[in-house]
Design a protein. Structure first.
Length: 177
């Protein structure tokens, strides 16, 4: 990540689909290069999947944090004997007051929201990052939860970064945000 003006904070969000590109190849280095081209100060990554790593290779959570920004927090939604699956927030600045919220809707895939305060040179900014579910009702519920989180500490500027788990636009959930 590269430095920007003290008054500007660049936030990026990306569903990395387990580190597998459109060509079907697992390549975290390619993801890191693409992120570097955009030079974000904070990046929220969804679908980080350690179950896809090569035998003996580093955890994608560790690899991405060390390659992108060193300050990072993970929210693992699924943990099995063969690895972990979830999301993370990585920053070039320290993260404080980290909270992981369970925003799972009953009988649906586990979902988490990461809430943290980023200590940028211009001041502290709250970042809330999530990966919404597939059903419309699920996304609406999750969007309401994120809005509640943002309103809970109004004194700080906030950035809500989420990925809708759908190919189509979801007006009702995005309107809530």
């Amino acid at each position: 990540m590269s430095a920007t003006s003290d008054a500007v904070i660049r936030v990026m969000t990306w569903n990395i689909h387990g580190g597998v590109g459109m060509d079907g190849k697992f390549d975290l280095a390619r993801i890191v290069k693409s992120i570097a081209r955009h030079a974000p100060d904070v990046v929220a990554l969804q679908e980080v999947d350690s179950r896809r790593r090569p035998a003996g290779g580093p955890s994608p959570f560790t690899f991405l944090r060390e390659a992108i920004g060193h300050h990072g927090i993970e929210a693992k939604s699924i943990t099995t004997t063969d690895g972990d699956y979830g999301q993370m927030v990585i920053s070039r600045w320290p993260l404080l007051a980290v909270e992981i919220h369970d925003i799972t809707v009953a009988e649906r895939e586990p979902r988490r929201a990461i809430q943290t305060d980023v200590t940028a040179p211009s001041g502290t900014v709250r970042v809330i990052a999530s990966h919404f579910g597939l059903k419309r009702s699920e996304r609406r519920s999750q969007a309401r939860r994120l809005v509640e989180m943002a309103r809970s500490r109004r004194r700080k500027p906030s950035s809500i970064s989420c990925r809708f788990a759908t190919a189509s636009s979801e007006y009702s959930a995005s309107r809530s945000l």
